[in-house]
Design a protein. Structure first.
Length: 237
């Protein structure tokens, strides 16, 4: 596993508490497979390590992106929150076995919060491919928590990606323009998935990413619906 230094090129809040960080490796290449994660060392009297899924496209210029929720009181969050552009961080990796299969099968993605990060890497690393056979169900609580809509909408218009924000605590969608309403649902991921896709097909592939509790719940639901376990791929955090 590589251990290298990386400089922070930019940081941008894409929602109230989610920040997109772009780093550049200054001490060696950082070649990753979409779905893998980086390991950041958080300095201190006793340094700790935090794992963050890589959220951007594969490239050969040493850059990589992270999409991180800033959690109040979190060791990693507080370090990254105060990190300024130009700062150098200690990074390990890439690591992890979560990755997209090289098949023509229909692919269904289910993510909550920043669990979308590795799936975003899937999408942005395959812009030459048609995404009409791909559907994203992205779980959040309210409209205010959603982000990266323009990016997803462009993938929808240009590559055929289907996507739905699944808003578990939202009851009113009147603020959404009618022509965009198709991308918003007021329910949890399983209910939206059933209403959109119906019964799963035996050849469908499922990709899950989010908290351990959510991913395990979704995995067990899919298995109970007859989805073969070898077609369910997941990453937990």
């Amino acid at each position: 596993m590589n251990q290298l230094n990386a400089v922070l090129l930019s940081k941008e809040y894409v929602s109230g508490d989610v920040c997109r960080f772009v780093f550049y490796s200054t001490s060696g290449s950082f070649i990753f497979t979409p779905g893998q994660y980086a390991i950041l060392t958080i300095p201190g009297q006793t340094p700790v390590k935090r794992l963050y899924s890589i959220a951007g496209p594969v490239n050969n210029n040493g850059e990589f992106e992270l999409l991180i929720k800033i959690v109040e009181g979190g060791v990693g969050s507080q370090y990254l929150k105060t990190l300024s552009v130009g700062s150098v961080v200690d990074v390990g990796g890439p690591a992890g076995l979560f990755r997209q299969q090289a098949s023509e099968k229909k692919k269904i993605y289910m993510a909550t919060g920043t669990g979308y990060a590795p799936i975003r890497s899937f999408f942005l690393s395959s812009l030459s491919q048609d995404l009409r056979n791909n559907t994203l169900f992205w779980g959040m609580r309210t409209i205010d928590e959603t982000y990266l809509f323009d990016e997803l909408y462009n993938l929808h218009k240009q590559k055929g990606l289907s996507f739905y924000y699944c808003l578990s605590k939202q009851t009113d969608l009147t603020s959404i323009p009618a022509y965009l309403l198709q991308h918003y649902r007021t329910d949890h991921i399983p209910e939206v998935w059933r209403s959109v896709a119906g019964q799963p097909q035996k050849d469908d592939e499922f990709y899950l990413c989010g908290s351990r509790t959510v991913v395990e719940s979704l995995r067990l639901l899919l298995l109970s619906q007859g989805v073969p376990k070898e077609t369910v791929f997941f990453e937990k955090y």
